[in-house]
Design a protein around this ligand. Structure first.
Ligand code: MN
Ligand code: MN
Length: 294
């Protein structure tokens, strides 16, 4: 990463801290998820950043990839994960907190387990431990709280306009001796009282550009050109496209997906419908380790 790129990543992190603080004040039981997502994304822009992906507001057994549709009526409840992204010129801060909205001791313990795992993993990273050691710490911390890590969700490296690129950071014990090299990473332990695995559920309305190849419909082409210009290879959602082009553009999205221009992400659901808590922060590995979003 160049000094300028690092600066961008750090600036995204500065905005992330403020957005996190703000989000904690507006996330309350029975507030529409649509309102929460839009307020968070508006705040990111007000602070000089752009959303790196649609705000994910996933409840209970939905581990990730729930973002409200343009006409969503779901209200905040249960164990809610608030997963947010900020970018500056493609350099991302990816960060999450979880909240208990039903006064449940079990939810609170799950949240504590994921927070502790994140904290312990960051300690290991600062001590320049291997990826195997980091995974082991996450698993041990969560299991010491009598819960399970989700084995098929991982932390990840990030690059310019790439939310997931390069290395993955497992949330479980493994024998990878590799250490983190200079770069930008997110670490995200998930704790569950279920089996500890997710399956792919319904389509999420979250998409990313897959292929810029030609499409015959003019409407679809216009939408595709906007996506390529505005989001590049970062995820976006149908809600954002409807805001820009109106409800008719949902058909264009369908055409673009069928033509292979777009990839749509599925919701990720815990296999035994266990409740899921997630904690996440972004850190920059340089001469020293800087947690950008905390
Ligand atoms: Mn995230
Ligand atoms: Mn992430």
């Amino acid at each position: 990463m160049t000094p300028k790129e690092k600066q961008n990543a750090l600036k995204a992190g500065e905005i992330a801290k403020k957005v996190k603080e703000y989000a904690r004040t507006i996330v309350k039981k029975d507030i529409p998820l649509l309102e929460i997502a839009e307020k968070i994304e508006k705040k990111i822009v007000e602070l000089g950043g752009k959303p790196a992906f649609p705000t994910n507001l996933s409840i209970n057994e939905i581990a990730a990839h729930y973002t409200p549709s343009y006409n969503d009526e779901t209200l905040a409840s249960g164990l809610l994960k608030v997963d947010m992204g900020v970018h500056i010129n493609g350099w991302i801060a990816d960060f999450t907190f979880s909240v208990d909205l039903e006064n449940s001791a079990e939810n609170k313990k799950l949240i504590e387990a994921s927070e502790k795992a994140l904290k312990n993993a960051l300690e290991k990273i600062k001590q320049k431990n291997s990826l195997g050691e980091i995974g082991r710490t996450i698993q041990e911390t969560i299991e010491s709280c009598k819960f399970s890590p989700i084995v098929n969700l991982t932390g990840h490296e990030m690059n310019e306009y790439e939310l997931h690129s390069g290395l993955t950071i497992l949330n479980t014990e493994n024998d990878n001796p590799e250490k983190l090299k200079e770069g930008l990473y997110a670490i995200e332990p998930f704790a569950t009282n279920g089996n500890g695995k997710i399956y792919e559920g319904k389509p999420s309305g979250i998409y990313a550009l897959a292929d810029d190849k030609n499409i015959r419909s003019n409407d679809a082409r216009n939408v595709l050109d906007f996506i390529a210009e505005e989001y590049k290879t970062l995820p976006f959602c149908s809600r954002w496209i409807v805001k820009k082009f109106g409800i008719k553009s949902l058909f264009a999205l369908k055409q673009l997906e069928e033509n292979g221009n777009l990839h749509q992400y599925p919701q990720l659901i815990e296999i035994s419908k266990g409740k899921v808590a997630q904690s996440e922060d972004t850190f920059l590995v340089d001469d020293k380790i800087i947690v950008t979003s905390e």
